[in-house]
Design a protein around this ligand. Structure first.
Ligand SMILES: Cc1ncc(COP(=O)(O)O)c(C=O)c1O
Ligand SMILES: [Zn+2]
Length: 570
């Protein structure tokens, strides 16, 4: 069969959410021909798609076009293709261990063409515009949408007018401009910028990106869900068919939680639609719970959710430094998100403050080696909050959406002392080259950092504690794997602090403490006990007055331990 007719755009219908009217999809038809409603959704012949999709994807490259049967375009345009979608699902072993959440995964959208999940909507929309012969378009953005569309528009030869709030970091604006897009900086709230862009598009009769009301944008976001279930299945195997007859033959496995930072809500809106379609086709074992995380200073959805309301009141003046997430008025997207979430796998709306997000940038970078932007950090900070609140269980499979673009914010969260300078006078180098270099380099390492001894018989536990502390400070670490080593280490190195496990074979933590306190040299070194043991009254009495703090393993989260340590070492 000819590709064009089989996968041609006419196979996609669009249903009006107000009157149910169905019409064939066309990128230029933005309203329902029956009632003029603008809220519509793409519909596919799911009965047909479910027969072909699981097998068809297997022979296709791992990018978002492998799900073309569920997209409103004929297929990839080879001249636009940049390998969009197909981002890795990365296991977050360190963060998972810190949170007691071993099945924690990161959908690394930083690895898309412009480092955010907005590449997906841009790829589909620009492909559809190009197919339709459209050469000029308009959008409003808090940065990432403009960057993604500009990259694809450059390849497509489409002229783009981007309306950005003046709060968007200059680095992001310049990135938009470098692709050749028109940058219009508007000093107003993001909601107002959207109105300005819409009016501009209306006056000129240009295509306008409408977020959740734009069919190609929503459809692009679905591919995150499709990729996720394939990737989780590859890692964990298909749903447990052997134990459960009802699940026999279901090819893909869903996570228990999907976590994403939310501004206007387009991302999760599309992702939920993706899960919904997979569920309707019987291709997944269940729908995941969705966690929508907003910046506290601009969290209209969270307010409405907590009040049990279906409609969110707009926030007129957002108060967050995380401009990417500054949609004050989510409009109907919130209502739809909430409805679909409650009808599907459940979930919640939660917020975190800017400080929590910035702190989380450090944690994710230092524990997982991923440099993420503040908006993505909002999702991770939400994860930490949910684990702490017991909403995420240790056995849950969790996926967090992650994006990049760190450059604009490094200044803000890193402070000034993030590097060291060496200056080597040419004269010195010429006369005594080795000596000159040696003395220059010795200055690099001579700085005095606090010295911490970590005593624990399990290497993983030592590594975890080291990582947690490293994630926010500079320390010199020593490690001891048993009581005897610990005592020797303490006497020899006289560390500034000892972090001590209690349950160790042979010489346990109590005996180590006895030895330390009975030796003048080590008696005054502060000790933090970190233990998995439920202590008896008698044991607690043995520690009383001799240790600084008692922390329960699995209970302490990064900042509790950190706060203790920094307070002690001040
Ligand atoms: C990195 C990142 N996260 C989250 C969002 C929120 O987008 P939305 O709520 O529209 O899905 C954006 C929007 O630009 C973003 O760039
Ligand atoms: Zn209608």
């Amino acid at each position: 069969m000819n590709n064009k007719t089989h996968y041609g755009t006419s196979r996609v219908m669009v249903e009006c959410l107000d009157c149910g009217h169905m019409a064939p999809f066309s990128i230029t038809a933005i309203a329902c021909p029956n009632c003029n409603g603008q809220w519509r959704e793409a519909r596919y012949d799911l009965e047909m798609v479910k027969q072909v999709l699981p097998e068809a994807v297997q022979s296709r490259p791992f990018n978002l076009w492998r799900y073309r049967e569920l997209l409103p375009v004929a297929g990839p345009n080879p001249s636009l293709l940049m390998g969009e979608g197909g981002t890795p699902l990365i296991r977050a072993a360190n963060l998972g261990m810190m949170l007691g959440c071993p099945n924690l995964y990161i959908k690394d959208e930083r690895q898309g063409p412009t480092s955010s999940f907005k590449d997906r909507q841009a790829a589909i929309t620009i492909t559809a515009l190009k197919d339709a012969g459209i050469t000029e378009a308009v959008l409003a953005s808090t940065g990432n949408v403009a960057i993604a569309y500009s990259a694809f528009a450059a390849r497509a030869g489409i002229k783009l007018w981007t309306f950005l709030t003046s709060l968007v970091p200059a680095e992001k604006m310049r990135e938009v401009a470098i692709y050749g897009s028109q940058v219009v900086k508007v000093t107003a709230s993001y909601d107002q910028v959207k109105q300005v862009a819409a009016e501009f598009a209306r006056q000129r009769g240009l295509y306008l990106e409408r977020g959740s009301r734009s069919i190609p944008s929503v459809e692009g976001m679905k591919t995150i869900a499709f990729e996720m279930v394939e990737q989780i299945t590859e890692i964990m195997g298909p749903p447990a068919a052997a134990n459960n007859h009802a699940q026999a033959g279901i090819p893909w496995r869903s996570p228990d939680w999907y976590i994403q930072a939310v501004s206007g809500g387009l991302g999760p809106h599309g992702v939920q639609k993706g899960f919904d379609e997979l569920w309707q086709m019987g291709l997944i074992d269940r729908q995941p719970a969705m966690a929508h995380i907003q910046a506290e200073g601009c969290s209209p959805m969270v307010h409405a959710w907590l009040q049990g309301r279906e409609v969110a009141d707009p926030i007129r003046s957002p108060r967050t430094l995380i401009t990417t997430l500054a949609t004050g008025d989510p409009g109907r997207t919130y209502t739809l998100l909430r409805q679909r979430m409650l009808a599907g796998g459940g979930g919640l709306f939660e917020s975190v403050n800017d400080e929590e997000a910035f702190r989380t940038i450090h944690i994710v970078a230092k524990m997982e080696g991923l440099s993420i932007e503040p908006a993505a950090a909002v999702a991770f900070a939400g994860l930490i909050k949910m684990v702490r609140a017991g909403q995420i269980k240790p056995s849950d499979v969790v996926v967090v959406n992650c994006s990049g673009h760190t450059m604009p914010i490094e200044k803000m969260i890193l402070g000034d002392n993030w590097g060291r300078d060496i200056e080597v006078a040419p004269q010195v180098l010429r006369d005594t080259p080795e000596e000159g270099l040696f003395s220059a380099l010795s200055r690099v390492t001579s700085e005095r950092f606090s010295r911490i001894a970590i005593v624990d018989d399990t290497p993983d536990a030592r590594r975890l504690i080291r990582r947690i502390l490293q994630s926010q400070g500079e320390y010199v670490f020593y490690e001891a794997a048993n009581g005897r080593e610990a005592i020797e280490l303490a006497q020899h190195e006289l560390p500034d602090l000892i972090i001590l496990d209690l349950m160790m074979p042979e010489l346990d933590g109590f005996s180590v403490l006895d030895a330390l306190k009975n030796d003048n040299r080590t008696a005054s070194i502060p000790v933090i006990v970190v233990t998995a043991k439920e202590l008896t009254q008698e044991e607690k009495a043995r520690l009383q007055g001799r240790i600084h703090t008692l922390m329960q393993k699995g209970e302490f989260l990064n900042d509790d331990l950190l706060d203790e340590v920094t307070a002690l070492l001040k």
